[in-house]
Design a protein around this ligand. Structure first.
Ligand SMILES: Cc1cc2nc3c(=O)[nH]c(=O)nc-3n(C[C@H](O)[C@H](O)[C@H](O)COP(=O)(O)OP(=O)(O)OC[C@H]3O[C@@H](n4cnc5c(N)ncnc54)[C@H](O)[C@@H]3O)c2cc1C
Length: 393
């Protein structure tokens, strides 16, 4: 099996490598790094971010080429450089608008989102609607030219910092539950929106409750038409699940762990010289490689223009769990030092391993829990019997 990309892509790889060498000092890394928005603009200008998004919407306008995208990711990873801005706007809302948004919505929102000028949050989950998202009850009633929203969202990441929300609301209360939903976009400064931060075990408020009281949103700010929200939500979720559990992240993390084990001593012994730790490291390394090869399988499907189907969900399911286990391993390897958190003078790597361990547990749940991914993979991918639905009373 030949896993090389062939000579025609070598020139492109050289080009990317030259860019990473030339501009590395402008990347936002630690205290000495540059600004993330400036970095994002530089990447768009050279075609390393928003690469295939049309120029008319603020992208670079290149033709899709999965191998070139892969080479960019590989070279940035090798150079230890960030791939630009991400987040729910760029990774989820932009591809959704490109797929099903109106021309006006594309022109208005995509370019400033790519430039990091509009930060978005995702208003899907509610206290009674998480895995069973279609059970959502936040209502939007038509009134003149507006919808008037009342209800509550929960677990809304970055709602306290966001400028805009993409939000699922029930516009047709009498329709079957999947058909009565619409997808609205609106500013977080709209009167009647209250954001209450929720502090997680990391000690930071990573997500929020959001309450709506008579929030007026123009009817023109519905995406893909009234009652089409379930279809739009699924378009967004496809991108969310694709972004979570990225095999590149596991590769970066493994590389950092190897460095940690080569440089750090605990109880007078280099971590890499501890056979029990080396044994665990090798097992994790095998899983990281398995994920990388799974990534190549998806790449091949992309090259052939095939839909990889549920194989994509394996990235979310296995990748998020693997990232969590890698962080757990780093903490265990550090022994007593791994127990430190928050402002300890002895903390390693700014406490990132500890933070990742706690935060990544949430990523196994967010975007659809591991159990839900397993249900979908088994039913749609392996043809196993569908889970029984509760009897109606
Ligand atoms: C870090 C993080 C960030 C998030 N960010 C956002 C956000 O920005 N916007 C947003 O809208 N939401 C967000 N969420 C919410 C997330 O989408 C939900 O938590 C998730 O969909 C699960 O819903 P739930 O919490 O209501 O759990 P529930 O659906 O109540 O599930 C509880 C448990 O039951 C299991 N379960 C449920 N149904 C089944 C079934 N049919 N078969 C087997 N097991 C089942 C689940 O796997 C889980 O273990 C975020 C969550 C986290 C953790």
């Amino acid at each position: 099996m030949d896993l090389s990309y062939g000579p025609e892509y070598q020139a492109f790889r050289d080009e990317v490598r030259a860019f990473t060498a030339k501009y590395a000092d402008r990347a936002p890394r630690g205290a000495l790094g540059g600004d993330m928005r400036d970095w994002q603009l530089l990447l768009i200008e050279h075609g390393y971010a928003a690469r295939t998004i049309p120029k008319a919407y603020g992208g670079f306008g290149a033709a899709p080429d999965v191998l070139k995208s892969r080479i960019i990711a590989e070279e940035f990873l090798a150079a230890g450089l960030p791939m630009g801005m991400s987040g729910q706007g760029i990774s989820m809302l932009v591809p959704t608008l490109l797929e099903v948004g109106s021309e006006e919505q594309k022109r208005r929102y995509i370019a400033p989102t790519l430039r990091g000028e509009i930060i978005w949050c995702q208003g899907y989950s509610e206290p009674g609607a998480g895995s069973d998202l279609a059970a959502l009850t936040t209502r939007a009633i038509e009134d003149g030219d507006d919808f008037v929203i009342n209800g509550q969202k929960i677990w809304t990441s970055t709602a306290a910092q966001a400028d805009m929300m993409f939000c699922l609301v029930r516009t047709e209360p009498d329709a079957p539950k999947h058909e009565g939903i619409s997808y609205l976009i609106f500013p977080m400064t709209t009167p009647g929106i209250e954001v209450r931060p929720l502090v997680t075990m990391t000690g930071r408020a990573e997500f929020n409750e959001v309450f709506f009281t008579d929030v007026r949103v123009p009817k023109t700010d519905v995406v893909a038409g009234r009652g089409q929200g379930w279809m739009v939500a699924n378009a967004t979720l496809k991108h969310e699940r694709g972004m979570l559990g990225d095999p590149n992240q596991a590769g970066t993390r493994l590389k950092a762990i190897v460095e940690l084990m080569q440089t750090e001593d605990v109880d007078g012994r280099r971590l890499m010289d501890n056979p029990a730790l080396r044994d665990r490291l090798l097992k994790l390394q095998a899983r990281v490689h398995a994920m990388e090869f799974h990534g190549l399988r998806l790449l091949t499907a992309g090259l052939k223009g095939e839909d990889p189907g549920v194989a994509r969900l394996i990235v979310k399911l296995m990748g998020c769990e693997l990232n969590h286990q890698l962080a757990a391993f780093a903490i265990d390897a550090l022994g007593e030092l791994g127990m430190l958190y928050n402002n300890s003078p002895h903390i390693r790597n700014g406490g990132n391993w500890q933070w990742s361990y706690m935060f990544d547990l949430g990523l196994i749940i967010g975007g659809g829990t591991a159990q839900i991914q397993k249900n979908i993979i088994s039913e749609r991918g392996l043809g196993m019997p569908r889970e029984p639905k509760p009897a109606k009373v």
